[in-house]
Ligand binder design. Structure first.
Ligand code: SF4
Ligand code: SF4
Length: 178
């Protein structure tokens, strides 16, 4: 039987001090690998709706105190999967043909998804601003997925995302207490 996760979860909060510096993340993930895996196991035992409520609250708390402009780890190290509708949006913003977006910026990965040819993303600037922000791919808008419903479906993905996103790391680490 799944636990409700309601009792202890009310006391769990994320503050700015819980969110590590992006540069320290890789080492921290290695150091806390056991804690993160334990969090994943705990989450599997929580009622899915209660888990969503808890993770969404922690997401809101974290991003209310943390500015992605201080990080940009996701834009600098991984590529979103890019759909055809994303290509069309980028083409509008860049004022070039969709085929030119594909030829210039994208390639197919081993899973058959379009991704950016290079990392860091060609659209991130030195101040960590995205130059196509209003027309960025949907996966960029949704990353790091800590506000999506049925969070239980992306527990393994979130463990991987903890290596890239300091907010995901902070949330997973807190969830060990759930
Ligand atoms: S398109 Fe923008 S938001 Fe997406 S990875 Fe590139 S810089 Fe980041
Ligand atoms: S979503 Fe996460 S990895 Fe991306 S910039 Fe924000 S804090 Fe950094």
């Amino acid at each position: 039987m799944k636990s409700s996760g309601k009792g202890a979860s009310a006391k769990i909060t994320v503050s700015r001090a819980d969110i590590p510096a992006p540069a320290a993340l890789k080492q921290l993930v290695r150091t806390h690998a056991a804690v993160l895996k334990s969090s994943i196991r705990r989450m599997q035992s929580i009622n899915p709706r209660n888990l969503d409520d808890l993770v969404h609250r922690l997401h809101d708390e974290a991003f209310s105190v943390y500015d992605c402009l201080n990080c940009a780890n996701c834009c600098r190290s991984i590529s979103p999967a890019i759909r055809h509708s994303d290509v069309n949006e980028m083409a509008v913003k860049l004022k070039i043909r969709p085929s030119a977006v594909v030829e210039t910026y994208l390639h197919l990965d081993e899973e058959g998804d379009y991704v950016f040819r290079q990392a860091p993303c060609p659209f991130i600037d030195s101040g960590n601003y995205c130059s196509i922000y209003s027309h960025r791919p949907r996966a960029c808008r949704e990353y790091p997925h800590t506000d999506r419903t049925r969070f239980y479906q992306i527990l393994s993905l979130s463990l991987k995302n903890a290596e890239v996103c300091p907010v995901v790391f902070a949330i997973l680490k807190k969830l060990e207490q759930a």
